[in-house]
Design a protein around this ligand. Structure first.
Ligand SMILES: Cc1cc2nc3c(=O)[nH]c(=O)nc-3n(C[C@H](O)[C@H](O)[C@H](O)COP(=O)(O)OP(=O)(O)OC[C@H]3O[C@@H](n4cnc5c(N)ncnc54)[C@H](O)[C@@H]3O)c2cc1C
Length: 371
């Protein structure tokens, strides 16, 4: 694997970094925590204007047509900035589901709008008290002629109040299917949930919501396979996001450790703390290599059944552990709201628990290892 960045790849990184430094200060991240809408208009339009929302969408739909490796570079910057945007749910997961299985009409209707940021789509996937695999989908989609009636509950649906369409995983006679559902349709109700990561997320109830059969994405019974493939690609980007967050947390902590004097020495001069930072740095660099290897394999069309879950597992663990030791190095102030450390710490745990958690990732890796 060639780890040297091409000129265009470096340009993408520099562009994303510069834009986020200007338009995504920590104060914006704080302001958007638990905001009911949750999409900062200026940042979102900047991302669209720079082509970041369409980065992974083919050129024929107005996107950049770039691969997961370039996506990973951008996601490292999004993680570094803790950018509060619906990019992952709309421009990655929903876009990938539509690209893989959507009808021509569905692709025409939504991919261009996702790419230019004028529409936001979000998946409604998880259900209360149910697992993260295919068996976890219980929400019923009952076929009645040319219509399906959806009944059940979804939880942790990010950015639902800002969404133009929900991408709903539901159980039909054929298995699991994906449906495009208008969040304003009769029978849909939403309740905002408060989470550790404090991104806007909702519980959604579907009470006999009528959905036209034309709004099913893909052939009957293929929904889980489509979703599973989109998630495998998506979690590589989340792994990159974790590395970006961990990296910034460490950079800021190293700076503090060099400035804060205790017992006539900077904190960093104490061996116990220096070793914490050495270990964190090693984890971050190791995780980054794993992300790039997973993304590169995906872009080459090779299997990512093992690499993708490994990258998410390892990088989220690295983020979580980095923020834990960084909090130790900052001392008491790490736990105060005034300092940014607590935001990294909360986001690290939230990311580790979200979009396939540690036990589920271990299950995926184990089934590949034992195969
Ligand atoms: C909201 C809040 C409430 C508090 N309430 C109380 C209270 O009720 N009573 C009280 O007594 N204190 C209280 N404290 C103070 C708290 O006990 C201190 O934060 C704590 O003792 C750590 O000191 P520090 O934050 O100044 O960190 P620092 O002294 O700057 O140390 C930072 C970190 O460096 C490491 N470190 C420091 N020196 C060394 C060394 N020689 N070798 C290796 N590692 C080292 C430690 O891991 C430490 O966590 C409070 C603090 C906060 C923020």
């Amino acid at each position: 694997m060639d780890l040297e960045l091409a000129e265009e790849q470096q340009m993408v990184i520099d562009m994303a970094k510069a834009m986020l430094e200007e338009h995504c200060p920590t104060q914006l991240v704080r302001d958007m925590e638990d905001d009911a809408h949750g999409v900062p208009a200026e940042l979102w339009s900047q991302m669209s204007d720079l082509g970041l929302n369409g980065l992974l969408i083919p050129e024929e739909y107005g996107g950049g047509g770039l691969g997961l490796l370039e996506g990973a570079f951008v996601y490292e910057e999004l993680g570094r900035a803790m950018a509060p945007v619906p990019h992952f749910v709309s421009c990655v997961l929903s876009a990938k589901v539509l690209l893989a299985a959507g009808s021509d009409a569905q692709k025409e209707a939504w991919l261009g709008k996702i790419a230019d940021g004028s529409a936001i789509l979000t998946p409604a996937w998880l259900e209360p008290e149910r697992g993260q695999g295919e068996k976890g989908i219980a929400l019923e989609a009952k076929s009645e002629g040319a219509t399906f009636k959806l009944t059940g509950r979804k939880r942790s649906v990010p950015y639902a109040s800002a969404a133009d369409q929900l991408v709903v995983l539901a159980r039909t006679d054929a298995g699991v299917d994906l449906f495009l559902v208008d969040p304003n349709a009769s029978g849909v109700t939403m309740k905002q949930l408060l989470s550790q990561g404090r991104e806007p997320q909702y519980q959604i109830d579907f009470d006999g919501v009528a959905v036209s059969a034309e709004n099913r994405i893909g052939e009957a019974g293929t929904g889980w396979a489509t979703w599973n493939a989109a998630m495998h690609e998506g979690i590589i980007l989340l792994a990159a996001q974790a590395i970006g967050g961990a990296d910034r947390c460490l950079v800021e902590t190293v700076d503090y450790a060099n400035q804060r004097i205790q017992f006539d020495k900077p904190l960093g001069a104490f061996q116990a703390l220096a070793h914490y930072m050495a270990d964190a740095s090693t984890r971050i660099d190791g995780g980054r290599v794993l992300v790039h290897e997973a993304a590169w394999n995906a872009d080459q069309g090779r299997t990512i059944a093992r690499f993708a879950p490994m990258a998410k597992l390892f990088c989220c663990e690295a983020y979580r552990e980095t923020t834990r030791v960084c909090a130790q190095i900052w001392g008491g102030v790490a736990f105060t709201i005034e300092y940014d450390q607590q935001m990294f710490f909360r986001r690290a745990k939230a990311l580790q628990l979200s979009w396939w958690d540690t036990p589920y990732l271990e299950e995926l890796i184990a089934s590949d290892v034992l195969d």
